[in-house]
Design a protein around this ligand. Structure first.
Ligand code: PMP
Length: 453
């Protein structure tokens, strides 16, 4: 190793051996092993170096990109390492963890609206272009049309795959965000391994797989998987390279990612779940043994509070649990499953505060022997602090501070029975018999209406 840039690429390839790949062998290339954690480090480096080579980027220059994710991290890593200023324009719905990661790498983050479309000055791509135009010695990277993006995969990802599989690859299963991976790897295989089929894995709701299948543009929908799927055809995505395409639901993508870590120990992100689900379907549909490669595009560590959070999965309605149209359906985190955050009557207010902060909730049930004995919220804690001073109040037992006059509701009650409780500004304390099941708040009811649509 001579430079931080040498950390990019040469990623490991592992075989999936504990999942059903039909008659085939299935391999995953771990792009999560790149230094900023994703497949995007390769094009980030290539796009920056191409701009250096043609003179658009020089010392003192600024790199600007519109990105909601991994491309920004790659640019921050490479750009920061090379001493450039990096400005990322991100829509305000982007996960906090990714913004903090980009800032930790030294990037400046400009947050903009996510409720406007292309052509609006606040749309993240339009705003990035404006910032690049108005900033001296700045370049707008534009991964969707920048030829160095697919070129990076043609020069590195494709050759690595062929070498790691001793020149024998029947199919590569890819997702398309910008199209860099598809087009780069596809072009390389067309030249060097013409038998290799490129298979598209696409989230349901994206226009890409339907376009491949029918040649027609559908109206784009919504999907929760991050980094792949589009509502337009990116100039960098050469869809003529694609032999077949699979549309995969969010639920299947998430459950496949969860299965991957349980069976193979590989913690992969949501887009990797989509790719693996498509790869498994393709593999099982084969009648003769084939050698198939797909990607772990980034690590599941970025999605712990989504893909790997049982409460999130329950809120999406993706559990095996039977739905009965009663209040019990809305309890996403159940006390008896260890899901609901709670305190015991003898815990002190320091513990109460720590648990509220860690779980980002404003109230906690106080539970003893599976029964709820009280409820404590921020105003109870603040009240104690203001009357007694913090030193004393924080060591107080919650049993002296909690509210004990509780209105409860049965898990078997109809969902409509929640409404009067919420009108009285109460949180619903749900009981199964006399056992505490969990809390239901307004956001749970709102979410219930969302998934019931
Ligand atoms: N997975 C994830 C998590 C990504 O961030 C991206 C890039 N947007 C991709 C897959 C797809 O890569 P590409 O841009 O090469 O199409």
């Amino acid at each position: 190793m001579t430079s931080f840039l040498d950390l990019i690429g040469d990623t490991p390839l592992v075989e999936v051996t504990r999942m059903d790949a039909g008659p085939c062998r299935l391999f995953l290339k771990l792009e999560s092993a790149n230094p900023s954690g994703s497949v995007k480090d390769r094009p980030a480096r290539a796009m920056i170096e191409a701009a250096e080579t043609d003179g658009r980027l020089a010392p003192g220059g600024t790199i600007v990109e519109a990105t909601a994710g991994n491309t920004g991290l790659g640019l921050a890593f490479v750009g920061g390492g090379k001493g450039y200023r990096t400005v990322l324009v991100v829509p305000d719905k982007m996960a906090r963890e990714k913004i903090l990661h980009a800032k930790a790498l030294g990037a400046e983050v400009v947050i903009t609206r996510s409720d406007v479309g292309k052509g609006h000055p606040d749309y993240y791509q339009d705003l990035a272009e404006t910032i690049a135009t108005r900033t001296r010695r700045a370049i707008y990277i534009n991964q969707f049309a920048n030829p160095a993006n697919p070129a990076a995969h043609e020069a590195t990802t494709g050759p690595e795959i062929l070498r790691q599989l001793d020149g024998d690859v029947d199919a590569v299963v890819v997702g398309v965000g910008s199209g860099g991976t598809l087009t780069g790897v596809g072009r390389f295989m067309r030249r060097r391994s013409p038998k290799t089929e490129m298979i598209l894995a696409d989230p349901e709701g994206s226009v890409l797989a339907p376009f491949v299948k029918t040649g027609r543009m559908i109206e784009a929908g919504n999907w929760a998987v991050e980094g792949i799927g589009e509502d337009f055809l990116p100039p960098n995505a050469d869809l003529s390279l694609v032999r077949d395409a699979y549309s995969i639901s969010d639920q299947e993508s998430f459950s496949t990612a969860r299965e991957l870590v349980r069976r193979e120990g590989i913690l992969a992100g949501s887009s990797s779940g989509t790719l693996l689900a498509a790869a498994l379907r393709y593999a099982r549909a084969q009648t003769r043994p084939k050698r198939i490669v797909s990607f772990v595009c980034d690590s599941g560590a970025k999605y712990l509070s989504k893909v790997f959070d049982d409460a999130y999965i329950a809120q999406e309605g993706w559990t095996e649990r039977e739905r009965r149209g009663t209040v019990g359906d809305l309890v996403a985190s159940r006390y008896r499953d260890g899901g609901a955050v709670s305190v015991r009557p003898s815990d002190n207010l320091r513990t109460v505060f720590a648990r509220m902060r860690a779980a980002n909730v404003s109230q906690l049930p106080v539970v003893e022997d599976e029964r709820i004995v009280g409820l404590v919220d921020e105003s109870d804690v603040l009240g104690a602090l203001l009357t007694e001073g913090s030193a004393k109040a924080f060591s107080r037992d919650v049993k002296n501070v909690m509210v004990t006059r509780l209105e409860t509701i049965s898990a078997n009650a109809p969902i409509a029975d929640l409404v009067p409780l919420f009108r009285k500004d109460l949180v619903a304390i749900v009981l199964d018999g006399d056992q505490f099941l969990g809390l239901v708040t307004r956001i749970d009811l709102i979410n219930h209406f969302r998934i019931a649509r």
